[in-house]
Write a protein that binds this ligand. Structure first.
Ligand code: CO
Length: 497
């Protein structure tokens, strides 16, 4: 494998420029619909389907900036591929909040991550309404295209036009305003269902104790199973992991002080406080049967995303991106002015849970797999919850230190070898999505798709990499006519709509 020595940017100078990076957070108020005819390389003819992506499309309203990009209105991009051609379309999710604020041309809602309405304390005090911004993920499941935001119900869109059809309660599974996580997993083969795939997701209701509800849906979107468990203490949980038998949650040591939020001084996200030195709890909830839930402890840290989990030889393994602590959202700060070097990077860790050992902290062992700053993991969908070999993940250009994501890293989890394709110094990547090649035999037979912000031309490009060999560089770069602000999560569907 080609290793990281082959990069053109020196390891010893900064591979990015903060002004360049900041431009990728400009709002994109326009909606487009066109065939992509400006591209380099060749679009594989057997790449057939649609890449859906979600993320904040607006970072301001009429020049009033949101306090944090997580508060930006959800905008969906659909890039469809068929017979070596690609089509682009983007549309905002027309949530109630988006429509009201577009009409008023001012911020009407407080954001979870600190956005306040103009007018100071008096305008914000005791206003606990949150804007469902539908900006975190997008999935096509059970014949529905759903934009997800973890604190409320999904919005359903037309997969052909991306037109917003309205809130979706999953055929009565959810009540009005009820949460539904933004990180569902598709179990590729569920034993209880005769090997059919199922969608596994959770909803969380935090408080002095926290209720976690797990839902499993069949391929037509019908609820198969749901179960709710109460765990002690407050929990802020963005993602989880699954194996054939368990749902796994990391309850990081975070507390929540609701008073500054209720009093209108801070956003709810700014009231989260990391408690260093306290353990992280790992919650194992059996997916089936009557086994009790187990709560284990490991050392401190904070996790947004898990790469995968699997069961092997009596142990459960969980691979996660861990931070030394929760990157707290500071009041009166501008996220665009972030000092990357002053923050601790997310790093890849493996947790192994020995279920046979005696109870206590010794049941969990943790191992740092790589020093490299990374985030947004993705794997071959057939290996979700199973032993796997290849991880694809957004990474910093350099092997150490914290920096914006400019590269895609492929890690061989068996040999620890890695390959890196870097878009530095002018490119900033987003979550890589692995698409298996039809008829592929190897786990890495397929493509990695990622949206890259090109600061040199202030536009974005969709980059297609050969997942089998990232060091080949892009197979194709599809230049959009405009930029797309940095996104959050997306998914692949084998359908072209
Ligand atoms: Co996420």
């Amino acid at each position: 494998m080609i290793t990281q020595e082959h990069l053109s940017v020196s390891e010893y100078s900064l591979p990015y420029n903060r002004q360049d990076w900041q431009q990728g957070y400009q709002s994109q108020p326009n909606e487009y619909n066109y065939w992509i005819d400006d591209f380099e390389g060749e679009i594989p003819t057997d790449l057939h389907g649609t890449l859906f992506r979600n993320g904040p499309g607006l970072l301001d309203i009429n020049g009033q900036y949101f306090h944090h990009p997580f508060d930006g209105d959800g905008m969906i991009c659909a890039i469809s591929f068929d017979q070596g051609k690609a089509h682009f379309c983007n549309r905002f999710v027309r949530t109630e909040g988006f429509l009201a604020e577009q009409q008023a041309q001012t911020i009407l809602y407080r954001g979870v991550f600190g956005t306040q309405k103009p007018g100071g304390l008096l305008a914000n005090i005791f206003d606990l309404r949150l804007k469902n911004i539908a900006n975190t993920n997008i999935i096509y499941w059970g014949g529905k295209l759903l934009a997800l935001w973890e604190a409320a119900e999904p919005y359903r869109l037309d997969p052909k036009t991306l037109e917003t059809l309205g809130k979706d309660y999953l055929d009565g599974v959810l009540a009005e305003g009820e949460a539904f996580g933004a990180h569902p997993w598709i179990d590729p083969s569920c034993e209880l269902d005769g090997g059919a795939p199922c969608l596994v997701n959770f909803a969380i209701k935090p408080g002095l104790s926290t209720k976690i509800t797990i839902y499993e849906f069949d391929p037509v979107g019908k609820l198969l199973r749901s179960r709710a468990r109460i765990i002690p203490g407050f929990a802020f949980i963005h993602d989880f992991a699954i194996t054939p038998n368990y749902c796994i949650f990391f309850q990081n040591p975070v507390s929540f002080n609701p008073f500054p939020f209720a009093l209108g001084m801070r956003g709810a996200g700014e009231c989260l406080k990391f408690m260093p030195g306290r353990p992280t709890r790992i919650v194992l909830i059996p997916r089936h049967g009557q086994q009790p839930m187990q709560i284990l402890e490991t050392s401190s840290g904070f996790v947004f995303h898990h790469a995968n989990a699997f069961e092997q030889d009596g142990k459960i393994y969980v691979d996660s991106i861990c931070y030394d602590k929760l990157p707290e959202v500071e009041a009166n700060s501008d996220f665009r002015e972030v000092n990357f070097e002053a923050l601790s990077p997310g790093k890849l860790w493996r947790f192994s849970i020995d279920q046979k050992a005696n109870s206590g902290i010794s049941q969990v062992q943790s191992q740092l797999l790589s020093e490299q700053c990374c985030e947004f993991p993705h794997i071959h969908p057939e290996y979700v919850g199973r032993p796997y070999r290849y991880l694809f993940i957004g990474a910093a250009h350099n092997r150490t230190g914290n920096a914006p994501l400019q590269a895609i890293l492929k890690r061989d989890m068996v040999t620890s070898e890695s390959q890196l394709w870097s878009a530095a110094p002018k490119g900033y990547v987003s979550e890589p999505v692995f698409v298996p090649q039809p008829g592929g035999l190897q786990e890495d037979d397929g493509w990695v798709l990622t949206m890259v912000y090109d600061a040199q031309h202030h536009r974005s490009e969709l980059v297609i990499l050969d997942a089998g060999d990232l060091s080949r560089g892009p197979i194709a770069r599809l230049h959009l006519k405009h930029h797309i602000p940095y996104g959050l999560h997306g998914s692949w569907s084998n359908s072209v709509f």
